[in-house]
Design a protein around this ligand. Structure first.
Ligand code: IPD
Length: 295
């Protein structure tokens, strides 16, 4: 790690993210011409593929010996995250939003060393919001090219109370049958239900439609918690670095695992708080209960 210049990598990823942003804004995606991967809720567009090609070409020319994992070129069972320095790219996170022109999509560029997220860059070109982080050096947001603000946005974040005081990010995902859909459905209901009905009565649930942006919002302190299963390393690697640098933590979406893997596919992110996150994690795991997401 000593000879890896994280600042240089961070600067290159920002330059690539801006190029990707221009490609997204000049594209005219539509759900009519987008393809699907697993099912009709799992979309991919020509823009996803074109951006990934641009990203991998630029990274390859600057860092030919580093590994690369990208959503569009990932081969199940073959592409594996190792301890090697690795770029992890989601060319368009929030593809469904992208094809509907709903303004919550971004490029997510992470860099891991020893499987630890060490640089993160997330750029939403529609809102011109850039989230960045470097391991050990904090994380930041820059809006409209203006002032670079340190995350979390509040200098003194409030202590985390019970879930009933939390704004929770969660997604419906693209699995709409079987155990994973049942668990998700049950968690949504229990989070929202009134306490007298056995629920956690959270302030509300937000379905942003991009795991990377959800993580950025938790890092910023604008969401307290984000719970998700089924997404991939490229959805979370960048946001994970940004979150941790803002004082947040990442644990598993399933109860009991305080040290999930970047490619573990089940995640619970909690914002930084002076009181720590243990109470809210354990309460959330109580909501998930006995049944597990399995990916
Ligand atoms: C998806 C988004 C979504 C999450 C899915 C991801 P994509 O990524 O992050 O919020 O619920 O699990 O696959 O397909 O838009 O890159």
């Amino acid at each position: 790690m000593a000879d890896i210049n994280l600042q240089e990598i961070h600067d290159l990823l920002i330059s690539i993210a801006h190029e990707a942003g221009k490609m997204m804004l000049t594209a005219t995606p539509s759900y009519l011409d987008s393809g699907t991967k697993k099912n009709s809720a799992d979309l991919v567009t020509e823009t996803d593929k074109a951006i990934e090609t641009m990203v991998s070409t630029r990274l390859q020319s600057s860092y030919p010996t580093y590994s690369f994992i990208g959503e569009e070129t990932f081969i199940s069972g073959e592409t594996v995250l190792t301890d090697a320095p690795t770029f992890i790219c989601d060319p368009v996170d929030g593809t469904t939003n992208f094809v509907h022109a709903f303004p919550a999509f971004c490029i997510s560029l992470g860099f891991t060393v020893n499987k630890i997220p060490s640089v993160g860059v997330i750029y939403n070109p529609f809102l011109d919001e850039l989230y960045t982080g470097i391991k050990g050096h904090g994380s930041f947001v820059t809006r409209h090219g203006g002032e670079k603000l340190r995350l979390p946005l509040k200098k003194e974040p409030e202590p985390l109370g019970e879930l009933s005081t939390c704004l929770v990010g969660a997604e419906w995902g693209s699995d709409r049958t079987g155990n994973n859909f049942d668990v998700r459905h049950q968690v949504f209901v229990k989070l929202c239900a009134a306490k007298e009905n056995g629920g956690a009565m959270v302030h509300s649930i937000r379905c942003v439609g991009s795991a990377a942006l959800n993580l950025a919002y938790v890092a910023a302190g604008q969401q307290d918690v984000f719970w998700e299963g089924g997404c991939w390393a490229w959805d979370v690697a960048a946001g994970w670095c940004i979150l941790v640098e803002a004082g947040g933590i990442m644990v598993s979406a399933n109860p009991g695992d305080w040290e999930p893997r970047v490619d573990g596919r089940v995640y619970l992110a909690v914002r930084g708080a002076p009181s720590g996150q243990k109470g809210v994690v354990e309460e959330f795991w109580g909501v998930v209960g006995e049944r597990r997401l399995s990916y």
